[in-house]
Design a binder for this molecule. Structure first.
Ligand code: TIU
Length: 223
């Protein structure tokens, strides 16, 4: 069944059977004080805006039995998968913080915030980079599931969400980005990043609000 979701630059044809919900990096290290985001000098409270809309979208996606993928940015405890250039610029990676070692797999801060905790059966994908396809088996999983379209959410809009959408678009996946389910430490970057996706006839994909998506889904959970 294909539904049309009102979006920029035009309606997005949504075929649930071939669509996955991707929730990018809703980790304590980005959303909570003392993590990577705050050590970089950012106001992490700005990212909280995406949590409630995402809870509603997740509830509906679960009710519909959609493929749901949560990503986490982070590194091996020995940091061998962290390029020296990344380590040099974000010099906190691997150091101790209130939630454990910063952006290191297995640490409390690296995990997803309680409000959006993955449910059993949902994919949790660890990635060393900003994009979700780089050095991961995401593309293989999507192709094996027959997934052709992605509903993309998470943080931050202009960094990991954008990189992932660009990677997905080049691989032929159609991306619908939910504006209110994404957030940035820089509101102006959030706005411009979304405009960049839908500009030029949808150069990277489509942008819609979660309410426009939920209003067109055959469920009531999130509305
Ligand atoms: N997940 C993600 O976007 N990683 C970042 O480092 N984002 C920043 O905005 N710093």
């Amino acid at each position: 069944m294909t539904m049309l979701v009102p979006a920029q630059p035009g309606p997005f044809a949504l075929d649930l059977e071939h669509t996955a919900l991707v929730v990018i990096d809703m980790q304590r290290d980005f959303l909570e004080p003392g993590g990577f985001g705050s050590l970089l000098g950012n106001d992490v409270a700005l990212l909280g805006a995406a949590v409630e809309p995402l809870q509603r979208v997740l509830a509906s996606a679960r009710e519909l039995g959609m493929t749901i993928i949560h990503t986490r940015e982070g590194h091996r405890p020995d940091l061998l998968d962290c390029p020296p250039a990344k380590l040099a610029r974000g010099g906190f990676i691997g150091t101790d913080g209130p939630n454990g070692r910063i952006l290191v797999r297995g640490e409390h801060g690296h995990d997803i915030v309680d409000a959006l905790a993955p449910a059993p059966g949902e994919v949790v994908l660890d990635k060393p980079g900003k994009g979700s396809f780089y050095a991961t088996d995401l593309e293989l999983m999507l192709r094996n599931r027959g997934i052709r379209s992605l509903i993309v959410t998470g943080v931050t809009t202009e960094v990991c969400v954008h990189t992932t959408v660009r990677e997905a678009n080049d691989r032929g996946f159609e991306c619908l980005v939910l504006a209110d389910c994404c957030a940035s430490y820089f509101p102006e970057f959030h706005e411009v990043a979304l405009r960049m996706i839908a500009a030029q006839g949808g150069i990277f994909g489509w942008v819609a609000s979660s309410s426009d998506l939920l209003a067109n889904l055959p469920v009531n959970a999130g509305v």
